[in-house]
Design a protein around this ligand. Structure first.
Ligand SMILES: [Zn+2]
Length: 376
């Protein structure tokens, strides 16, 4: 069961005061939860996902059939305004029920205070902000400037752990919706008893140990009836290998949010091939992500039908490895002039198909949910 705890860094020391503020927060939150649900334009019962352009950061907004919302990562402080615009103006939300931070890199957690200032956030879930730069960067000034506004947030806080379920409301006339954490801070859920070994196990060739906070990313699977989607934050190669070998803890999915913006020290082919997605969505930037090795891994994945990119990648010195233009939301390379077009997915009310649209470019394609997926 989900625990509602507070991080020690955010906790007031006085227990009386804490319990009073928890009480006040509870009253405020019940009102807020009601308000966000009523405000969402979710009369249709679809599960909607918006990939907001944070120029190579993470910011994925999920709006459930019951009208609740989950933001997985918030981009950088500089791009988080786009998340607020997407939430308010595109998704029609008045609040975000859960903001999840996969790990403590600026392009994922840095934008949370900006989002919180632009739209109310009811709950904050993360790995527990470290006291010092988790990558041991000697420039402590940068870490301090980015982490301080986050530490000052007074939102009800939950320390994410493997096996956690976001307590989302079910809509009575909809298939079951779930959002489950498969791992956090390098600890993964247990394999189900008697689970078979992954037949692709021998594809896992470990790399050098990653000592950055990317390896600590918390990892999520969203299910809506037969539909399944994976968001692993910036999980890196060896952890990806552990997630699917010797037992595939994720199972197969329909949609793979490409780990770590498509960088090559993530996206272990054994992960991609074990997930066997129909569609991949890469939240890259003009000069970030989209590594040739990642694109190769995606293109060689059995059953892949489309690879979407938030940006066309124009990094010099690389092979041209972009997906077809019609699957790219933003073509320009000058982020100052970027229209920040988003990619929107709408999963049908029965979960059996999903439509991915780049509205600004008038592109839309519908995919059938795979009903023969192998799931743990
Ligand atoms: Zn990142």
């Amino acid at each position: 069961m989900v625990r509602l705890t507070r991080d020690r860094n955010m906790n007031p020391p006085n227990p009386m005061k804490a319990s009073l503020s928890r009480f006040r927060a509870a009253i405020f939150l019940s009102a807020l939860a009601l308000a966000t649900r009523l405000s969402a334009d979710q009369a249709t019962g679809t599960l909607d996902v918006y990939w907001v352009d944070s120029e190579g950061g993470g910011s994925t907004l999920v709006v459930t059939p019951a009208g609740e919302s989950v933001l997985i990562d918030a981009g950088t402080p500089g791009t988080a305004g786009r998340v607020v615009t997407a939430a308010r103006e595109v998704a029609g939300l008045k609040g975000i029920d859960y903001a999840i931070v996969t790990h403590f890199h600026t392009d994922h957690f840095g934008g949370v205070p900006v989002v919180a200032a632009g739209i109310p956030i009811a709950h904050l879930w993360d790995n527990g902000i470290p006291d010092a730069d988790p990558d041991h960067n000697p420039d402590t000034g940068f870490w301090r400037s980015v982490s301080q506004p986050y530490r000052k947030l007074t939102l009800p806080h939950h320390l994410v752990g493997a096996g956690d379920l976001v307590p989302l409301s079910q809509r009575p006339d909809s298939p079951r919706l779930s959002m489950r954490c498969l791992g956090a801070r390098q600890r993964f859920v247990d394999a189900p008893a008697g689970a078979p070994r992954n037949p692709l196990e021998s594809e896992n060739i470990p790399h050098e140990v990653d000592t950055t906070d990317n390896a600590n990313s918390n990892v999520w699977v969203i299910e809506f009836g037969p539909f399944r989607m994976f968001d692993g934050g910036d999980l890196t190669w060896n952890m990806e290998g552990r997630l699917v070998t010797p037992v595939n803890l994720v199972g197969q999915v329909d949609v793979y949010q490409v780990d770590h913006h498509g960088l090559g020290f993530s996206n272990n082919p054994v992960l991609i091939h074990s997930l066997a997605p129909t569609v991949a969505v890469m939240n890259n930037g003009p000069t970030k992500g989209t590594a040739p090795v990642t694109v190769q891994g995606l293109r060689s994945s059995p059953g892949i039908q489309a690879i979407y990119q938030v940006h066309r990648n124009v990094r010099p010195g690389e092979e041209p490895n972009n997906t077809a233009d019609e699957y790219i939301a933003n073509m320009g390379s000058d982020s100052g002039k970027c229209p920040a077009n988003l990619i929107r997915m709408s999963v049908a009310p029965d979960g059996r198909s999903y439509t991915i649209e780049i509205a600004a470019r008038n592109r839309k394609r519908t995919y059938a949910t795979r009903l023969d997926k192998v799931v743990p």
